[in-house]
Write a protein that binds this ligand. Structure first.
Ligand SMILES: Cc1cc2nc3c(=O)[nH]c(=O)nc-3n(C[C@H](O)[C@H](O)[C@H](O)COP(=O)(O)OP(=O)(O)OC[C@H]3O[C@@H](n4cnc5c(N)ncnc54)[C@H](O)[C@@H]3O)c2cc1C
Length: 462
């Protein structure tokens, strides 16, 4: 009998469903993965999260069709969509003059890709995933539990968690999936075990995130037109930009910037977010147009959040033994394509697909399934991470020939509907990203990829 999933015996399928799966981190990647596993029938999923309660905060987030497709399949999109804004156009403007460089109409995203492009509140996305997880008896949350170390990777992963109140203790699982973000402890241990070193890299960039409530904007018709639009607007300048859109049923205008990092660079700690200063923010954008400055003036004191942007070089591998990495832990990205959370959730959905098809529950089978996951995901996520970095370089050009050429391309894109220098708004890039059905790809390619790895390992043994 073939050892491959579709024709495996019933007791083998049951053994796979009974695998004890530990997930580290209840961010987008961890929650998406837990939910996808439960939906596939896995019965013993444990999520360990450092935070002691998941009171989700944060600002807005773009929900691209490839992310929405997965959320829809996992059954949690409806609630998130209820307060989301459908985005049907984007305007890219010069930050100083407010002059429009290009305008991209995308009214047919839903028809083209089967799902909309929306903006929403992070709390709505994370909360929607969390509520859906809580409805699954298979998922058990261990909040206030921090991963301290990964002690063994095979045949069964053993790791140490430290509860907020209590002593560190070891946990054994059949599979360990680490979605513990860009500062991933699991990644550090995995790389150490392999003798590789891939440190977090400073991008030299930081982001302000502010949210303007509707009532603060009400007296300004120009602002209200933005809040009541179905548009994402980006104002760009040298080394800086703002990207802004309505969220939370248009009760909030979400504003997110990028600028050179001056605050965190000097900080000795590994802090990633901090309360920013209104004065410093206004100063950084003092040469931007009056509309932007008026909006920034409305931000109440103490409500500026500043994020440090960090990434790391591509990892040699995401998998060792029965341990795999997910999301920002293995492919952190600059936010210019708005795909970080999408990629993390897609990773989780793909992991559930490949583990559900596992032709057995033995550690070597699990290892091959995790390697199939890496084969399915690594090239694509690397492409998107590189594109985001490229887009950032182009958006942040200073005076000179390169910028003049870029602005000509912006103008041509408006006239001809051709490629847009701001890659997230470019129809060709959107097609590549939004049409991708990661779950379908995983289920279609699993057997071939698994067989390939299986044959390679048999060849190596003989
Ligand atoms: C300014 C900015 C704007 C962005 N905008 C967008 C956007 O519009 N669209 C989009 O798709 N993406 C966007 N992103 C990217 C997106 O937020 C991230 O890529 C995404 O949140 C990654 O999810 P994750 O689950 O991998 O990691 P995280 O969301 O970082 O989650 C990691 C989780 O693990 C927990 N954890 C960490 N260490 C441990 C430990 N040792 N033990 C236990 N738990 C631990 C943390 O508490 C956290 O809950 C943006 C990012 C930035 C910085």
């Amino acid at each position: 009998m073939s050892p491959y999933a579709m024709d495996r015996p019933a007791e083998c399928a049951a053994a796979v469903r009974d695998l004890r799966i530990a997930i580290i981190g209840a961010g987008m990647g961890g929650l998406g993965c837990a939910l996808a596993l439960a939906k596939k029938g896995f019965r013993d999923v444990h999520v360990y999260e450092n935070a002691s309660d998941l009171g989700f905060v944060g600002a807005g987030i773009q929900l691209a069709p490839n992310l929405v497709r997965v959320l829809d399949r996992l059954g949690c999109w409806q609630g998130i969509e209820a307060e989301a804004t459908d985005i049907v156009e984007t305007s890219i403007r010069d930050g100083r003059s407010n002059e429009e460089l290009t305008h991209v109409h995308m009214p047919d995203i839903r028809q083209k890709y089967g799902h909309p492009h929306c903006t929403g509140h992070r709390a709505s996305l994370a909360g929607g995933l969390y509520e859906a997880c809580k409805a699954q008896p298979a998922i058990k949350f261990h909040l206030g539990h921090t991963l301290s170390s990964v002690d063994e990777f095979e045949p069964r992963p053993v790791f140490t968690v430290t509860p907020r109140e209590g002593s560190p203790h070891q946990v054994t699982a059949d599979v360990l999936l680490a979605a513990d973000g860009v500062k991933s402890v699991a990644r550090t241990h995995l790389m150490q075990r392999l003798g590789a070193s891939v440190d977090v890299e400073d991008t030299g960039q930081a982001a302000y995130r502010v949210m303007l409530p509707r009532d603060k904007m009400a007296a300004d018709p120009e602002m209200m037109a933005l809040l009541d639009s179905n548009q994402v607007t980006r104002w760009i300048g040298e080394k800086r930009h703002w990207i802004c859109y309505p969220i939370a049923s248009r009760t909030i205008y979400n504003m997110s910037s990028i600028q050179p990092d001056v605050n965190f660079a000097s900080a000795p700690s590994m802090t990633y977010t901090t309360r920013g200063s209104n004065d410093a923010m206004l100063q950084t954008f003092s040469d931007f147009c009056p509309l932007i400055r008026r909006m920034l003036d409305l931000v109440p004191d103490g409500q500026v959040c500043e994020w440090k942007l960090r990434v790391h070089k591509p990892l040699p591998t995401w998998v060792h033994g029965c341990v795999g990495l997910i999301g920002d832990a293995c492919h952190p990205t600059l936010p210019h394509l708005n795909q970080g959370a999408s990629m993390a959730v897609e990773d989780g959905a793909v992991l559930a697909e490949v583990l559900a098809q596992a032709p057995g529950a033995a550690p070597d089978v699990i290892n091959k399934c995790l390697r199939v996951y890496e084969l399915l995901r690594k090239e694509r996520t690397t492409t998107l991470v590189d594109l985001a970095a490229h887009s950032g370089r182009v958006l942040h050009l200073g005076e000179g020939k390169a910028r003049e050429e870029r602005d000509r391309e912006f103008a041509a894109s408006r006239a001809q509907g051709s490629s847009v220098p701001d890659k997230w708004a470019s129809p060709d890039v959107q097609k590549m990203i939004y049409s991708h059905d990661c779950m379908l790809e995983a289920s279609e390619k699993f057997k071939t990829l698994y067989r390939h790895l299986d044959q390679a390992s048999q060849g190596a043994e003989s």
